[in-house]
Design a protein around this ligand. Structure first.
Ligand code: 13P
Ligand code: SF4
Length: 334
């Protein structure tokens, strides 16, 4: 077998997965990955936004919350996390005894980068009476400074579950605003970070797409702006989008306001329905470059060479684990 080996994982130079692989090479890589997975006692987790080839070799495909829990529960000593850095870091924090590999260390997240431990300390000093709720799209250091974490699947339940009336929600301003509406009994102060992939979408674009498809159902991720969320028939996490389709048995067309990678799972599950990305085209604007940085060669190399092990300092991990475990104890919304 003579398959290409990626030299250095440069975020700009890294090709989209499968873009430079022939179908026979993909098959060879799939076989090699299956063998190595057994040899390394590994489970492969892939986020819903990963490229189809990577989703195909994963044992589990899901949203942030599901994958963190599946990594913890899988009776395997190695987790290969095909997602972005904060997700692999959460898996490590929740499974300290396991080896966690992120096939491409450059796979970051702009939203997670929008808040640092120092900026959170500043906000906490301004709002000393507020309980800090932090979206999992954040570093382990930021989680460690928070009272509890949340994901898009459980954010409102997490806020509702807290005894405090005053909440500081970080870092996503759109998710925070959505939660504040859903839990009006709490006073929610929202940090000012956002995901550029979701924040770029405007209601006028969704309107245009909807105009051409009368009767289409709009499903939005809560990282979208409030005007987009307001016109959605359902607002939910990426995995909840997969079951949301069943809530509309008569609808043929769904307009999906999130990163376009989710369309692969949706089409696989519902081949008789039409799925359109809310910006009107697949991969134009609602494209997360970080989520497309892992390909099959990198998954193979992760297993073959232990690339790249995610390590979290023990004191930071302990604080982040406390915030994540508190979150996991709260039932999810949808
Ligand atoms: P989910 O937890 O809904 O999968 O979302 C993660 C994410 O990064 C959305 O941009
Ligand atoms: Fe981060 Fe946005 Fe990409 Fe999700 S879509 S990983 S929030 S940059």
């Amino acid at each position: 077998m003579n398959l290409p080996v990626h030299p250095i994982h440069d975020p700009v130079a890294t090709p989209l997965a499968g873009a430079d692989l022939a179908p026979s090479e993909i098959r060879e890589l799939e076989e090699e990955i299956a063998l190595l997975k057994r040899r390394e006692d590994a489970v492969i987790l892939a986020h819903n936004y990963q490229v189809p080839e990577v989703q195909a070799v994963a044992d589990f495909v899901g949203d942030s919350l599901q994958l963190s829990i599946q990594g913890q529960q899988a009776p395997r000593s190695t987790i290969v996390f095909c997602g972005v850095h904060f997700m692999a870091e959460s898996a490590k924090v929740l499974s300290p005894g396991k080896r966690v590999l992120l096939p491409n260390l450059s796979a970051g997240c702009s939203l997670a980068d929008s808040i640092t431990a120092e900026s959170l300390e500043d906000w906490k000093a301004r709002y000393p009476d507020h309980a800090v709720v932090t979206y999992v799209n954040s570093s382990a250091e930021v989680k460690a400074l928070s009272d509890i974490c949340c994901t898009s699947a459980n954010a409102a339940s997490v806020v509702r579950s807290l005894p405090q009336e005053k909440i500081l929600f970080t870092p996503d301003k759109n998710l925070g605003a959505w939660v504040a509406k859903k839990v009006p009994e709490k006073e929610v102060v929202v940090y000012d970070g956002c995901c550029p992939v979701h924040d770029v979408l405007r209601a006028s674009s969704v309107d245009r797409v909807k105009h051409d498809r009368p009767g289409a159902v709009v499903i939005a991720h809560p990282e979208c702006r409030q005007d987009v969320v307001a016109m959605a028939d359902e607002v939910c996490s990426t995995t909840a989008m997969l079951s949301a389709v069943q809530h509309f048995p008569r609808a043929r067309t769904f307009i999906v306001a999130t990163e376009h990678g989710i369309v692969h799972q949706l089409r696989q599950r519902y081949p008789d329905r039409e799925f359109v990305v809310a910006d009107g085209c697949i991969g134009c604007r609602m494209h997360c470059p970080y989520m497309k940085m892992i390909d099959l060669v990198m998954v193979r190399d992760a297993l073959l060479r232990g690339k790249h092990e995610v390590v979290v300092p023990a004191d930071v991990a302990a604080g982040a684990r406390r915030a994540l475990e508190r979150m996991i104890a709260v039932p999810r919304d949808a």
